[in-house]
Design a protein around this ligand. Structure first.
Ligand SMILES: [Zn+2]
Length: 126
């Protein structure tokens, strides 16, 4: 596992379930009711849903690396605001604040534009 130290640091500093040494268990996690999977030495590719949903998004770069390593879908809800498409009204994740159309409508717009352009061009030639 890459970034093991960065993940450990993130757990220790930010995970609400991480309680340190408790009940005679080192690196006790109250969510797992045992040692934190990231701080155990034996796990090659530990994963924890609590950590992935609640702690990992703090570090966007680390999240991307972590999820790519595990072949998980990388999705950044916070970075991509949900927007209503101006054309069809459907919601979609915008890549930027200026994006007004969903991917489907964007493609349609482009096709219409190129069709129009072709028609105008043809008329000019005729
Ligand atoms: Zn649309």
């Amino acid at each position: 596992m890459h970034n093991k130290n960065k993940i450990k640091q993130l757990v220790k500093n930010n995970c609400a379930s991480y309680l340190g040494d408790k009940y005679g268990i080192s690196n006790y996690c109250c969510w797992k009711d045992g040692s934190c999977v990231f701080l155990k030495q034996d796990d090659q590719q530990p994963s924890c849903r609590y950590f992935e949903n609640g702690v990992l998004p703090i570090d966007e770069k680390l999240e991307r690396e972590y999820k790519m390593e595990r072949h998980m879908e990388v999705e950044f809800k916070a970075a991509k605001p949900k927007v209503n498409c101006k054309k069809c009204g459907g919601t979609f994740s915008a890549n930027s604040n200026r994006q007004a159309y969903c991917e489907k409508c964007k493609k349609k717009n482009r096709n219409e534009k190129s069709k129009l352009w072709m028609r105008q061009n043809r008329q000019k030639q005729a």
